[in-house]
Design a protein around this ligand. Structure first.
Ligand SMILES: [Zn+2]
Length: 139
């Protein structure tokens, strides 16, 4: 993922950490501005994993991580990040690929808007330097 972002946009960074936390269902993930943390909603990850194919789950994780990774490179604008995520997927996979379709319309792709969890859980899992070995998450 890092390699593809740096290839398409000539940008990269190192030492990014991934935190998994159960969060409200309208929140896929976020990047803590100025930090090296991406916090992903493990509630949604579990949901997507359990109710979709392995391929669909991988597409979900890929676009999610690319999106937050672009934020972590300093791109704050939401629309711009979505456009860049779409361009990256288009370049990599072509317009008919599931990942590209998901990049256009993330919330509708897995019927996530039907979920209505509203609370955070206090506990979280820290995945250190996941970008060095992110193959593990994209199974
Ligand atoms: Zn965003």
């Amino acid at each position: 993922m890092k390699y593809t972002v740096s290839k398409v946009f000539k940008m990269n960074r190192t030492g990014l950490n991934l935190v998994l936390q159960v969060m409200p269902s309208n929140l896929g993930a976020y990047h803590i501005l100025g930090s090296n943390m991406i916090v992903a909603n493990s509630y949604l990850l579990e949901h997507v994993k359990n109710s979709n194919s392995r391929e669909e789950y991988n597409c979900y994780v890929f676009t999610l991580i690319v999106h937050e990774y672009l934020h972590s490179l300093g791109i704050v604008n939401e629309y711009q990040v979505r456009k860049m995520t779409y361009k990256l997927c288009l370049d990599l996979f072509g317009k008919d690929h599931l990942t590209t379709k998901f990049a256009i319309n993330p919330s509708s792709a897995f019927l996530l808007q039907a979920l209505n969890r509203t609370s955070f859980e206090d506990s979280y899992i820290l995945v250190k330097n996941f970008d060095d070995k992110n193959q593990y998450y994209i199974q």
